[in-house]
Design a protein around this ligand. Sequence first.
Ligand code: SF4
Ligand code: SF4
Length: 408
Amino acid sequence: MDSRLTDEYRATRAGQLAAEILGKCVHCGFCTATCPTYQLLGDELDGPRGRIYLIKQVLEGQPVTARTRLHLDRCLSCRACETTCPSGVDYAHLLDIGRQVVEAKLQRPLREALPRALLKAVLPRPALFGPAVALGRALKPLLPSALADKLPSVAERRPWPETDRHPRRMLALAGCVQSALAPNINAATARVLDRLGIALFEEKKAGCCGALRQHLDDPAAACDDIRRNIDAWWPHVAAGIEAIVVTASGCGVQVRDYGHLLADDAGYAAKAQTISALCRDPSEVVAGEAARLGELLVPAERGKLAFHSPCTLQHGLKIRGVVEPLLQAAGYTLTPVADAHLCCGSAGTYALLQPALAKRLRDNKLTALNGGGPAAIATANIGCLTHLQGGSAIPVRHWIELMDEALT
Ligand code: SF4
Ligand code: SF4
């Protein structure tokens, strides 16, 4: 796809990257078939090819309208289109560029700007979000269902093992939302890795991975989050940690992108590349210890389970077919899930900002997940977990918690 970017963008790194990405798109439309919003809305502009055209038009100087922004806002950033695209179009980075240009050119009405500002201010700060969650749980019966659904009940928090008993050491991202909603996920990961001979620890000075502000079109604030995490982690990197384990696949995608996001920051670019290279999903770590895991697992029949692979795991991190055999080895019988490539509608803050579309996607996803009659659902991302649990009659768990229980 040829593009004629205006002078305003042609000389910038973002503009050059956008032109490069646009140049790869051959308009074939294969991506449209697997786009969840196109499937729901049937409008070309609510599919990847239409959105690519919209971004191209904006970068070529055509007026930015509320409709342009609406179609970009409706995108889940699920990246199913990237998996389908035969030309290797880097849609996610193009969307980031397009959204940031649109945000800069067109002021949002207060009814849109206010909730976005509130989400950006509260969600990445555990000191604010933690008490808000506690208050929300206390007032749950009084909250609107769209909000009450997002609050999981308090899960049992099992102890974190000693962090100094193995020479092999890995760092865990404590994060923001997950640490308040489901702190047992990182603790479960630490217990599983402990059994595999790896010490896992958190660095409390690190915080939100930056994805929340990145996806709410505040790249400067996102880069501040990233630099703070790099500063917090760097002494541990220098001391020789093997990996940075990120148990929410949505955050994992962001940490793996640090090198790209800080490529222009002379003081941090090299460190950001190193951090990205160290980033691991827990499934990669556990699958890499298959022999030891096999010795530890006791044969057992644990029942039927449906696995929901988050978009950030399968399309973002491109990790496919890794968690499922681990769960099977732990004794679970996995049930078939139709259209497993489709998003559940969670998508970071999407479920809060686009609740009607998110609910339709969740209903479709739960129908698919329940098709094989499972007793529970497993997933790999806190956003999917809370979103699905809000509409599910059966428990939704992080798969690492199930592995932890199988090993104890
Ligand atoms: S990221 Fe997902 S919702 Fe957005 S265009 Fe691609 S497939 Fe569609
Ligand atoms: S599948 Fe790839 S090349 Fe084809 S229209 Fe979609 S983004 Fe462009």
